[in-house]
Design a binder for this molecule. Structure first.
Ligand SMILES: *Cc1c(COP(=O)(O)O)cnc(C)c1O
Length: 223
């Protein structure tokens, strides 16, 4: 398990996927998903040049954030489901949140971010496959949520996030890109389509993703 080699390999895969899609490789940013992995492993990735890290579990993440607080340019992204009693820790410890899917959570994050110098960067999670159990806003509610977040003083609306089902058809990825393009024409701060994981990265990049969230291919399988 060599994290540095894995990062090199995944960057190459991003470059290849971009070339196939006639896109410039620097249009796609790599978010290293370090959930369940140790601060030491995050440090190895950092030393190999990686700066953006994604976490799903608040308490685990906050422990790592504090262990690595000496790294002034590390950037933490929260990508997991959000319980409302955890929003304060998220607002205080992260630079980005990808999984905002309801107004109540946006309101709390905005209030609880007010003590910080910089706004919290927000992606709205869209339930693109329309499954009952999955988190994410419905497409119908997306415009209202986007308008709400755009008006929050301590939040910056950066984009959309999706977790397509396993083996999702290409049309799902393209639908997400279309939603992103439509919203981008309304909000100047929109620049991020957070889509693509270890197993669907190529489809996501082909469809126009600007940030891929990769865990397994960098840090190995999780228990
Ligand atoms: C775990 C997770 C990832 C990374 O998944 P891999 O398949 O390990 O690359 C990406 N996004 C979210 C929201 C996750 O929970």
């Amino acid at each position: 398990m060599n994290i540095k080699d894995n990062l090199t390999q995944i960057q190459q895969q991003i470059t290849n996927a971009c070339q196939l899609a006639n896109r410039a490789p620097d249009e796609v940013q790599l978010l290293a998903v370090s959930k369940t992995k140790s601060a030491e492993m995050v440090m190895q990735a950092y030393q190999a040049g990686q700066r953006h890290f994604g976490e799903n579990y608040v308490q685990e993440a906050v422990d790592k954030v504090s262990q690595l607080s000496h790294l002034s340019d590390i950037c933490w992204h929260f990508i997991g489901p959000i319980q409302s009693n955890k929003t304060r820790l998220i607002a205080e410890n992260f630079a980005w949140v990808h999984s905002v899917d309801r107004i109540k959570i946006a309101t709390r994050l905005n209030d609880q971010r007010s003590g910080q110098d910089t706004p919290l960067n927000i992606c709205l999670q869209v339930n693109i496959s329309g499954e009952q159990a999955k988190s994410g806003t419905t497409i119908n509610e997306l415009n209202e949520l986007a308008a709400y977040v755009n008006n929050c003083e301590h939040l910056t609306l950066r984009g959309l996030m999706a977790i397509p089902q396993k083996q999702a058809p290409m049309s799902i990825f393209n639908d997400m890109h279309q939603l992103f393009t439509d919203l981008k024409s309304q909000y100047q701060t929109l620049d991020t389509l957070s889509m693509g994981m270890t197993n669907d990265m190529d489809s996501a990049v082909a469809a126009g993703s600007t940030m891929v969230r990769i865990g397994t291919a960098i840090f190995g399988h999780r228990d």
